[in-house]
Design a protein around this ligand. Structure first.
Ligand SMILES: C[S@@+](CC[C@H](N)C(=O)[O-])C[C@H]1O[C@@H](n2cnc3c(N)ncnc32)[C@H](O)[C@@H]1O
Length: 264
């Protein structure tokens, strides 16, 4: 689920060996192809990520992030985990809510940019994997996540997110889905036609963003994460609150509440 086989791009060797070690670690686990793809994309992209996001989402990202924290009902004093926090854009938007934010990401370069922003509400930024969260059970009031499900095994991801949530805690997330519905021919044209051309043009200018624009259509076209999430919520005692298509089906957005698995 949420995984593709045999099509992840190969990983480049890093000079200091850090990336190799992370990839070796990921190789031992299911979903490792997507770990490799995510690392290759985001280690290379980190400094231009925010500009790329604006283009790839046609500046819609801010609104999708607002959907996430409104549906997670983030309140002052909550301990909030952002899985795949990247450069901490969500943390910047949420900073004035009075909550305590912990970000986790697989890509060290993305975390370093987030850290350099020195966002006051951020109490921790951690290097780690969504499929194996380095936190004890039941400590977070809220788990949020933006654009991560397509890079992970969504069953493992929901299992881990549910494990670290308190009973009554909320989860909300979104990611690109394979377009379907009335506007899907146009969306497919944009994703499968326009974005790769942008990638090709950027390659001529040797821009680090070219790899994203070339790979993103392939990843979105192959993703099935949204097909398995309802079942994963149910299996992990997460009661569905909202399942919604945002921006005419470009993005799937889901929220739920962790219930007591013993039914109390
Ligand atoms: C498109 S970026 C989104 C960043 C941020 N959530 C945002 O909305 O701007 C996807 C992020 O997910 C991270 N990521 C991918 N796979 C991951 C995994 N298995 N565990 C943790 N983070 C992961 C990448 O490193 C990258 O920073």
């Amino acid at each position: 689920m949420g995984r593709r086989s045999g099509s992840a791009p190969s990983i480049r060797a890093s000079r200091d060996g850090t990336l190799d070690a992370m990839v070796d670690h990921a190789r031992d686990k299911p979903g490792s192809e997507m770990h490799e793809a995510a690392l290759e994309i985001f280690e290379g992209l980190a400094t231009s990520y925010e500009r790329v996001l604006d283009v790839a989402t046609l500046a819609q990202d801010r609104y999708w992030k607002r959907w996430v924290y409104e549906n997670a009902e983030v309140k002052s004093g909550d301990l909030v985990l952002d899985v795949g926090c990247g450069t901490c854009l969500l943390e910047e938007q949420l900073d004035r809510c009075g909550c305590n934010l912990v970000g986790l990401d697989l890509t060290e370069r993305m975390i370093r940019i987030g850290r350099s922003k020195e966002i006051p509400g951020v109490v921790g930024l951690v290097h780690g994997d969504a499929e194996s969260l380095p936190f004890p059970d039941g400590i977070f009031d809220v788990v949020v996540s933006c654009y991560v499900p397509k890079y992970v095994d969504v069953t493992r991801f929901v299992k881990e997110a549910s494990r670290v949530l308190k009973i009554g805690g909320r989860i909300a997330l979104y990611d690109f889905v394979r377009p379907n519905g009335l506007l899907s021919p146009f969306l497919r044209l944009y994703i499968g036609g326009v974005l790769p051309i942008v990638g090709q043009l950027l390659e001529f200018t040797r821009s680090e963003a070219s790899i994203t624009f070339k790979n993103l259509p392939r990843i979105i076209d192959g993703t099935t994460w949204d097909k398995g999430i309802a079942e994963a919520f149910e299996r992990e005692s997460v009661r569905r609150r909202t399942f919604k298509a945002l921006s005419r089906g470009v993005v799937g957005a889901y929220s739920g509440t962790k219930t007591d698995p013993r039914g109390r």
